[in-house]
Design a protein around this ligand. Structure first.
Ligand SMILES: Nc1ncnc2c1ncn2[C@@H]1O[C@H](COP(=O)(O)OP(=O)(O)OP(=O)(O)O)[C@@H](O)[C@H]1O
Length: 268
């Protein structure tokens, strides 16, 4: 990024655990989608959460991002137990997440979609607008400047006034990345970033993910594409049937007989 104001500034110290999930359980009726799972993410790490279909990966994301509450276990962000807090509080604590299938506001412009990622500001409180309109105008200008910077980062600047419905699947993933960066998260959860993205945009997306990580963002990604996992991540955590099955460098994980048989079970 060329700008002097770097929107991906690093904040956390290396080696401190930013996310610590311990013995978490989440059941849907009789099904334990997550069944005593633990996961720890150190500041600046980029790791993959992998496993066969139905292993519980997305449920883990929903638990870490706050859209689901665990039935048991703890979820710590920066050392604070946040298990009872909802998604808005989680964003405030620096956790941003993308979805497997991004759903931008189709009729809003690309720029407006990015602006929806800004944390609640004074302008959303009408009485503040009445008392300090000058300050709000300045905040809004700063937010638009930042949204434009982020659109530049994801190479969507030329489309900023277009409605989001014109974007391809890959461009929607880039837009979503820009939107979550508006809240300056220190941890980014990426749900299948490669899925449905054409090869050219995929290289761009990978490049942006690498540069976010190099700038200090801690990244956890769910990904079925093992080449991408091997390229991006030093460590992969494998889930099967709601539990931790294995963990280690991707190349080692790919040879692990227990992992292979979990995936074969998925295919059978
Ligand atoms: N809201 C829900 N209500 C009922 N069952 C659910 C719900 N969400 C997930 N499940 C079930 O929980 C299990 C784990 O689902 P989850 O989506 O977390 O797996 P996953 O590892 O992300 O799978 P995939 O790779 O296919 O996305 C599955 O059996 C799924 O059907």
């Amino acid at each position: 990024m060329q700008s002097s104001h770097d929107p991906m500034k690093a904040s956390a110290a290396k080696d401190a655990a930013v996310i610590e999930v311990a013995d978490v359980v989440k059941a849907f009726g009789g099904l334990r989608a997550v069944d005593g799972m633990s996961l720890s993410l150190r500041a600046g790490e980029m790791i993959a959460l992998i496993g066969p279909n139905g292993a519980g990966k997305t449920t883990m994301f929903n638990l870490i991002a706050g859209s689901l509450r665990p039935d048991a276990g703890s979820i710590r962000v920066g050392g604070v137990d946040v298990a009872r807090e909802g998604p808005d509080r989680r964003i405030g604590r620096g956790v941003g997440r993308t979805f497997q299938i991004p759903r931008p506001f189709a009729e809003m412009s690309v720029l407006e979609n990015v602006l929806t990622g800004a944390q609640a500001q004074a302008g959303e409180r009408p009485w503040m607008n009445f008392l300090v309109p000058g300050r709000i105008a300045a905040q809004e200008r700063a937010a638009v400047d930042r949204a434009r910077e982020l659109l530049d980062f994801v190479t969507l600047s030329r489309l900023e006034l277009e409605p989001a419905r014109v974007l391809s699947g890959g461009q929607r993933k880039l837009l979503e990345l820009a939107r979550i960066l508006m809240a300056d998260p220190r941890v980014i959860l990426l749900d299948e970033p490669a899925a449905g993205v054409n090869p050219v945009l995929l290289e761009l997306l990978i490049d942006r993910i690498v540069s976010l990580n190099a700038a200090g963002k801690t990244i956890l990604l769910i990904e079925h594409n093992m080449d991408m996992v091997a390229r991006l991540c030093g460590r992969a955590v494998v889930m099967a049937a709601g539990r931790l099955l294995a963990e280690g460098p991707p190349a080692q994980i790919a040879r692990d007989p227990a992992v292979i048989s979990a995936y074969l079970g998925d295919v059978a």
